[in-house]
Design a protein around this ligand. Structure first.
Ligand SMILES: Cc1cc2nc3c(=O)[nH]c(=O)nc-3n(C[C@H](O)[C@H](O)[C@H](O)COP(=O)(O)OP(=O)(O)OC[C@H]3O[C@@H](n4cnc5c(N)ncnc54)[C@H](O)[C@@H]3O)c2cc1C
Length: 378
């Protein structure tokens, strides 16, 4: 029986472990630095059909239907012109079993966790050393526990310490010049939008998104704003201090007084791809490559990457895993950058042109098949 060690119990690590459930040829252990899972209670996540198809392989379709939502369209609004620009029928990519889905992040994490045997996740295990012997990998944790494994899967997120350990601190993420604000809104506080859709508000140097996360009353709020960190502001992934002036970000945004549980933090993304030299060591999720958030594909790609690696290990064929992942993630990185550029325009002429083309492109089947279909159909 081969031992597989997974560093990090996020979406990618947990989904990867789920795929091996009941497989007698592998013993899976997840090492998580925290003493419980980070549920980010209340906040939402969008999952496109490419990841829903893969999640259904572990029975995700059986999740209580009240705990998830299937939006029909993305409604585009102009904040400055105070009008709806157009809409895009996101459900065109749905099939009967796989639908674009929004839900609370905590529901997804809990689902992935509850499917696993409780013994699989070892909490309070913060990786501190990774050493190689001939075929085995030796892991040492900060609590002085050491373990050996045949395969090591690094899935400890964008600030991956395991990745820094294997690259001697050479591969680090970079700040992408924007700040993300997250919050929750109650259905009763929302007016003037279609509550069955994802509402995307485009403003000068920012965009924000509101969508339902279940069939009851909870909506997720997320804004991405262009912002350059000042010297005194934190230059890492920690949330900004509470006394940091949030109003300077929220001013002018719709619904700003009704957003609850607000958290805000700088957005970091990956700069380069890194391919491990050892053929029993792999990266997945944000540790493999974190894309900008403007395409809402981070979690879906974490799921896709985990599935591709599962297939590679099961079939003992690793040669295409890295190449295929890089190809897909480059495509998403480029689309995310285009989205962010178009969503954040500030010149009135450029905004008029953008709105004109958005109206045409969101109804152009060929364009949508190329721009979204290539990402959503894996
Ligand atoms: C603002 C914003 C909005 C987003 N919205 C969406 C969306 O709508 N749809 C979407 O698809 N994606 C979205 N994403 C992206 C998505 O959240 C991430 O891509 C995804 O969570 C990455 O999963 P992961 O498993 O790679 O890492 P993570 O979820 O970051 O999990 C990493 C795990 O590793 C653990 N860990 C860290 N360090 C160590 C260590 N030293 N030792 C052991 N364990 C460790 C952590 O505690 C954590 O449990 C968004 C991202 C942002 C920033």
């Amino acid at each position: 029986m081969k031992k597989i060690a997974i560093i990090g119990a996020g979406i990618s690590g947990l989904f990867f472990a789920n795929l091996f459930k009941g497989n007698p040829n592998y013993q899976i252990t997840i090492y998580e630095k925290n003493n419980s899972l980070d549920l980010d209670e209340g906040y939402g996540i969008q999952l496109s059909v490419n990841s829903i198809k893969l999640l259904n392989k572990i029975g995700f379709e059986n999740l209580n239907s009240q705990d998830k939502f299937n939006p029909n369209k993305i409604d585009f609004y102009s904040v400055n012109q105070n009008m709806k620009i157009c809409d895009l029928n996101i459900s065109d990519f749905n099939t009967i079993d796989c639908k674009y889905t929004t839900l609370k992040r905590s529901i997804l994490i809990n689902y992935l966790k509850e499917n696993l045997n409780t013994e699989i996740i070892k909490y309070d295990h913060n990786i501190s050393q990774i050493n190689y012997t001939k075929n085995l990998i030796k892991l040492v944790f900060q609590n002085n526990i050491s373990r050996e494994c045949d395969f090591l899967i690094i899935s400890d997120g964008i600030f991956s310490k395991a990745k820094r350990l294997i690259t001697n601190n050479l591969v680090k993420p970079s700040f992408n010049g924007s700040v993300a604000i997250r919050g929750v809104i109650n259905k009763k506080d929302l007016t003037g939008i279609n509550l069955d859709n994802i509402s995307l508000f485009l403003g000068k140097n920012f965009h924000n998104v509101i969508y339902p996360v279940n069939k009851t009353e909870d909506f997720n709020y997320i804004a991405i704003l262009k912002h350059y960190l000042k010297f005194q502001e934190p230059k890492n992934y920690e949330f900004f201090n509470d006394d940091f002036s949030i109003n300077k970000f929220l001013g002018g945004l719709p619904y700003n007084t009704k957003i609850k549980k607000i958290k805000y933090y700088p957005v970091f993304i990956s700069k380069n791809f890194y391919e491990p030299v050892k053929n029993n060591l792999f990266l997945i999720g944000d540790a493999f490559f974190a894309v900008p958030p403007s395409f809402a594909q981070g979690a879906s790609q974490s799921i896709e990457g985990a599935f591709e690696l599962y297939e590679s290990i099961k079939n003992n064929s690793y040669s295409n895993f890295h190449i295929n992942r890089v190809k897909k993630l480059k495509m998403i990185k480029n689309r995310s950058k285009i989205n962010q550029f178009a969503f954040h325009l500030s010149s009135p002429i450029m905004i008029s042109m953008r709105n004109f083309f958005l109206k045409i492109l969101t109804k152009n089947k060929k364009f949508l098949e190329n721009y979204l279909g290539k990402v959503y159909r894996n």
